[in-house]
Design a protein around this ligand. Structure first.
Ligand code: NAD
Length: 320
């Protein structure tokens, strides 16, 4: 008879595990005593992000593109594979749609075959240029289906559809998490995401680029809080609670305020410069997290200033 300890230990697949969020998730799951298989094609992720895990005997790294099938025996799957920043996902939009749609089909097929529970890393981008603020899960969104961001937004929406059809049609155990803007150490330094952009520009005393007037707002969640939310959703909710569920930090801040805060925290001489807003850039974005509070008793714990301190420190150390 296997011991209780043996039965509780799970084999968990994390696709996109060498990326920003994936690497923190792998670390967290290993910390719980699980065996972790990290699958990645290293498009935006890299070995340095998971270098410190390679010596761990419960960690395994597989080079795999999620658009191709993967045959492994696992108990749970976290499907994170997909470039998350516009620079990267727009560089090959057809591949982005494939990653989202074929990737979801492949991972759902695997989950069905091995009877694994599967979580999809969806996104607040499914709300598009939201007409409702803050965004609750029952809001269907306002997404341009033919714009430059559509490969990502519509790809993620289609992945959600697939998850729910596998749930209804094949009785798969699914969880769909809609992740809002997340930041922290191991963000890609040059992928145009606002927090890393501002920090690097501030550290180099370069001008900080603000798109539009900077009055557009965002709400930023620190990576540790986000990972905790994802894992609680996967592990601590009944099978009939499938989401979609928002995970993010509801504290809203304008882009201009964020730039000034980072300049102050870094002690930088950077000036602000203003450029035109890119197309389909949402004006406001803030999660309604009532569902997460009710079902997983989760809410972010890290103050923006605390999280920024750790992120600034990561970039200052040149740890990337
Ligand atoms: N970071 C955020 O603020 C945020 C917000 C909403 C949703 N998400 C979602 O969370 C997930 C992780 O985002 P992230 O911020 O860590 O981004 P990231 O770009 O750092 O990580 C994505 C990882 O997926 C890998 N990848 C990309 N295409 C792949 C493919 N075809 N096959 C296998 N691996 C592939 C990349 O190499 C990378 O390691 C993504 O699905 C993203 O859409 C992130």
């Amino acid at each position: 008879m296997p011991s209780d300890k043996y039965r509780q230990r799970k084999r968990i697949l994390v696709t996109g595990g060498a990326g920003f969020l994936g690497s923190h998730l792998c670390e967290h799951l290993l910390g719980q005593g699980n065996e972790v298989l990290c699958a990645d094609n290293f498009f935006t992720g890299n070995r340095e992000n998971i270098g410190h895990l390679l010596e761990n005997r419960k960690f395994e790294l597989i080079r795999n593109d999620v658009t191709f099938p993967l045959y492994v025996e696992v108990d749970e799957i976290y499907n994170l594979a997909c470039p998350a920043s516009p620079i990267h996902y727009q560089s090959d939009p057809v591949q982005t749609t494939k990653t989202n749609v074929h990737g979801a089909i492949n991972m759902l097929g695997l989950a069905k075959r091995v009877k694994a529970k599967i979580l999809q890393a969806s996104t607040s981008e499914v709300y598009g240029d939201a007409q409702v603020h803050p965004q609750p899960e029952h809001y269907w969104g306002n997404v341009n289906p033919v714009g430059l961001r559509s490969c990502y937004d519509e790809g993620k929406r289609c992945a959600e559809t697939l998850f729910f059809d596998y749930y209804r049609q094949h009785k798969l155990r699914i969880k769909v998490a809609r992740i809002f803007n997340t930041y922290g150490p191991r963000m890609h330094p040059r992928d145009g995401r606002v927090v890393s952009n501002f920090i690097i520009q501030a550290l180099n005393d370069e001008p900080i680029t603000i798109y539009g007037a900077g009055t557009q707002s965002r709400a930023f969640c620190f990576v540790d809080d986000l990972v905790e939310g994802l894992v609680q959703f996967m592990q601590a909710t009944p099978d009939d609670f499938v989401g979609p569920m928002n995970i993010g930090n509801p504290r809203e801040i304008t882009i201009l305020e964020l730039a000034r805060l980072i300049i102050r925290m870094v002690g930088s001489k950077s000036e602000l410069i203003f450029k035109p807003l890119p197309s389909d850039d949402p004006i406001h974005r803030r999660p309604d997290i009532a569902l997460a509070q009710e079902h997983i008793h989760w809410q972010p714990r890290t103050e923006l200033e605390q999280g920024l301190e750790q992120t600034i420190d990561y970039f200052r150390r040149g740890a990337w």
